[in-house]
Design a binder for this molecule. Structure first.
Ligand SMILES: C[S@@+](CC[C@H](N)C(=O)[O-])C[C@H]1O[C@@H](n2cnc3c(N)ncnc32)[C@H](O)[C@@H]1O
Length: 290
């Protein structure tokens, strides 16, 4: 109460809006999930031209009483960039097009998995993580591998197009913790003479089919990593903590590093130089050389 008295009421409006935003952030994700569950994206797509609110309500077979709610949902999704307004109706945007199952770059499985209650519910126990009893809550669900594929496909297409030179001349490559192989597959297809291998845990890779220049090896990366011209780790180091000189994998103890901290990590680990290429939106391609 004392703290509030020191500021004028007007000065509190901006902080109040800030707090509101943080309370209601989850509505963005949940609204998007709702639109997917109601097949709104598909309906807009199949309409082949902009679709009005009442046309959409009719196609959804909603009773009239729900039109106002639908309007609110669509306003929010327009605001967050998943629909745009054209000629008084809704149309898709590049972001919503990424959420179609048939799109080869589809992020739909990633969305469905990350926003599944199995993965969302544990966030309610986030404080338990700090108190030492929340690890189990962050265990991955069975859709995780599929989710990783959909999160990876677009990025890999960018990598092998924009940064093809990084892989040129390599005779062999091992994708460490490569999941079900979407990254290695993309590289193996782009460079047919390169021998590629995916290393991952037995429950992830044992049933996967090999092809001409791509094999899967079930192994724990902390037990052994083979020799190859290049080792690739995608979304792996973020899942590790460095404890002295020992790297431990702990999904729930991730940490972010500045470039300076990355540099220290690389040099202290015996690498001589590195290059960071920020080509992946939120992520970068980092090359590290011995
Ligand atoms: C975040 S996923 C990244 C998958 C893939 N690199 C990608 O970007 O799509 C982490 C992967 O590491 C694998 N993994 C975790 N611990 C491992 C271990 N000790 N040895 C080998 N793979 C492991 C998991 O099974 C999972 O497929």
């Amino acid at each position: 109460m004392d703290l509030i008295k020191k500021e004028s009421l007007e000065e509190l409006l901006q902080p109040q809006a800030h707090v509101w935003n943080h309370i209601f952030y989850f509505i963005n994700s949940m609204s998007l999930r709702c639109a997917i569950q109601l097949s709104i994206l598909g309906i807009v797509h199949n309409h082949h031209q902009s679709i009005t609110l009442s046309e959409l309500a009719t196609k959804l077979a909603f009773p009239k009483t729900k039109t106002a709610c639908l309007f609110c949902l669509m306003c929010l999704l327009v605001h967050s960039g998943f629909f745009a307004i054209r000629k008084e109706g809704y149309v898709l945007t590049p972001s919503s097009r990424l959420l179609f199952k048939d799109n080869t770059m589809s992020m739909l499985p990633f969305l469905q998995s990350m926003l599944d209650p199995i993965l969302v519910t544990p966030w309610h126990s986030m404080s338990a993580l700090f108190q030492g009893n929340g690890l189990k809550a962050f265990e991955l669900n069975k859709n995780f591998n599929e989710a990783m594929v959909s999160a990876t496909r677009l990025g890999m297409s960018v990598v092998v197009t924009e940064s093809k030179g990084v892989f040129e001349g390599l005779r062999s490559l091992v994708d460490v913790g490569g999941g079900i192989g979407i990254v290695a597959n993309t590289i193996a297809e782009t460079f047919p003479t390169m021998k590629c291998a995916v290393f991952d845990l037995p429950h992830v890779v044992t049933t996967l089919k090999v092809n001409e220049n791509l094999i899967y090896i079930a192994i724990d990366m902390f037990e052994s990593i083979p020799h190859a011209d290049a080792l690739l780790l995608k979304v792996i180091i973020v899942d590790m903590v460095v404890d002295g000189h020992k790297v431990k994998h702990k999904f729930t103890e991730t940490q972010e590093r500045t470039e300076k901290e990355w540099e220290m990590l690389f040099l202290e680990s015996g690498f001589t130089h590195y290059k960071i290429t920020p080509i992946l939106g939120l992520r970068s391609l980092i090359e590290v050389y011995r």
